[in-house]
Ligand binder design. Structure first.
Ligand code: NDP
Length: 496
């Protein structure tokens, strides 16, 4: 347990491994439920100190942490690359984007959350009304391994900036990255307002029942449901950032080469292990053949290998899921124009382009989380939209079109849409990030992401006595008549 006041009660450890080589990257404690409870108790004390710093004090502290991470970003990226197997350049990009979010959250918390006046309305004109967004206290953050810095920082940075203390449980595949974040926070700020607990799923489960004031969970839909069920016992609120099955739509007026480039990057970057990665493409029939030619030519040049642009599949069990989806697609009449069946025992999955895959197959409906993509011909964009909206998931989406981008985007059931770009919304700190349906609920990033880790406190202050006294047993029949007259005058006039 990094940075906690209490010593861990458990002496058991586990290792994180380099998925490309199998080498041990680090050894970490398996924190027990008692350790987690101790971390939350420490966090509760730290939250008081952190809240007392005020917006300005917290901003200064978070700026110190931001600077430290920025100065040592290569070190963090190298550790991340070892624990996940992702290319070092991708790890650097992820770190850079996380720093940008931290900077935004730190500098905008006051503006978004501080007490502000709101209109009291005509009936309560004698009142001064205001609202402030107050920190919840202690936020438990449970993170995945695929973007082990960017993803949890979407909760950690915003929860801290909003005035909460945080206990973070990183994935068992990326505990070193989690510990690095807590250690640098302690170095920059001197107090364990951010702590890390490491271990397996049980450690995460312990965090959900340890009395935190909110749980921010990022991971699979199945685990999200378990987290929500556990939190329901104590009415602990949750944010669920779960999986996706994002579609990219190509209209007949699109820059087809750009669309193909984006589709390939969206599908195969981070070896396809991206919640908002592109897993399905729907292309207008007029540009379908041209799009496929462009996509196939690019995909054939891309190779998953050690040191390549596409790294290994981080989690061994995921290879089985990818294999099942590809095999099922091929068995049901699909064709692989690039790639093909995933060999037994593989840790690297080659970029795979599938066509003619039935719409109800696993490769189109379920999250594959590998560098694979299905491409489907559609007669028009109405059909593309209907199909894009046809899964249980609804996280991100992408549209390529010169003139119809906004019109198509507005009809997509998704938390985010990128037009003529891919996953661009995730890198814009002012935009909220999150899904609907099986992709979860609640938002990280932007003003919504700051408010997610707060509760609103409303104040109505009487400025002068009301003309009509409504909230008293002294209210008379005459005053009730006056009220009726006023409301009718205000809201009941005009044609039916
Ligand atoms: P998992 O659901 O397997 O795990 C997520 C986290 O939950 C891990 O830290 C895990 O610990 C922990 N955990 C496991 N069991 C429990 C439990 N019972 N109670 C509390 N915590 C538990 O997801 P992955 O790590 O495999 O991440 C991949 C998934 O994350 C994909 O579905 C992806 O789409 C999604 N994701 C969503 C994002 C979004 O913003 N919407 C962003 C990034 C990923 P341990 O690892 O130790 O088992």
């Amino acid at each position: 347990m990094t940075s906690t006041d209490a010593a861990p009660t458990s002496t058991q450890t586990f290792t994180s491994l380099d998925p490309a080589s199998g080498e041990v990257v680090g050894t970490h404690p398996i924190h027990s439920a008692a350790d987690v409870a101790a971390a939350v108790a420490t966090a509760r004390k730290q939250a008081e100190w952190w809240q007392a710093l005020g917006y300005d004090g917290r901003k200064k502290a978070l700026v110190r942490w931001r600077k430290l991470i920025a100065r040592r970003m290569e070190e963090l990226a190298a550790l991340m690359a070892r624990e996940t197997g992702k290319p070092a350049g991708d790890a650097l990009l992820e770190t850079a984007l996380a720093i940008d979010h931290l900077a935004w959250a730190a500098s905008h918390a006051e503006k978004v959350l501080k007490r502000r006046s709101v209109a009291p309305g005509l009936l309560m004109v004698n009142q001064a009304a205001s609202v402030e967004y107050r920190p919840l206290g202690v936020v438990g953050v449970i993170g995945p391994w695929n973007y082990p810095v960017f993803t949890p920082m979407g909760s950690i940075a915003y929860a801290l900036a909003a005035g909460n203390a945080v206990v973070f449980k990183p994935s068992e595949f990326t505990p070193g990255v989690g510990e690095w974040l807590a250690a640098t926070f302690r170095e920059a700020i001197g107090r364990p307002v951010l702590q890390v607990v490491t271990g397996y799923g049980e450690t995460g489960a312990a965090l959900t029942t340890a009395g935190v004031d909110k749980v921010a969970f990022t991971g699979s839909t199945a685990t999200g449901k378990r987290v929500m069920a556990a939190c329901a016992q104590t009415l602990t609120p949750v944010v669920i950032e779960a999986g996706g099955k994002d579609a990219l739509l190509v209209a007949d007026d699109a820059d087809v080469a750009e669309a193909a480039d984006a589709a390939l990057w969206g599908a195969a970057a981070n070896a396809g292990q991206t919640c908002a990665g592109v897993e399905r493409v729907y292309v207008h029939e007029r540009v379908y053949d041209q799009f496929l030619d462009e996509l196939v030519a690019r995909a054939e040049r891309l190779e998953a290998r050690p040191g390549g642009q596409v790294g290994p599949i981080t989690m061994p069990s995921q290879v089985e899921i990818i294999r099942r989806h590809v095999d099922d697609a091929l068995a049901r009449g699909g064709r692989a124009l690039v790639g093909g069946p995933v060999p037994e025992g593989a840790r690297f999955v080659q970029p795979t382009v599938l066509v003619d895959v039935p719409e109800d197959s696993a490769a189109v409906q379920e999250e594959t989380f590998g560098p694979t993509v299905t491409v489907t011909r559609v007669k028009d964009m109405d059909e593309a939209i209907e199909r894009a909206n046809g899964t249980r998931y609804a996280l991100g989406s992408t549209v390529f079109s010169k003139d119809q981008g906004m019109a198509i985007a507005q009809r997509l059931r998704a938390g985010m849409t990128a037009i003529n770009g891919v996953i661009s919304f995730a890198a814009i700190p002012t935009l909220p990030f999150g899904g609907v349906g099986d992709s979860g609920f609640g938002r990280i990033h932007g003003p919504d992401g700051l408010r997610e880790f707060t509760y609103p406190h409303a104040i109505a202050r009487q400025r002068f006595k009301p003309a009509i006294a409504l909230t008293t047993f002294r209210r008379t029949a005459k005053e009730e008549q006056q009220l009726t007259k006023v409301v009718r005058g205000l809201y009941g006039r005009g044609k039916r």
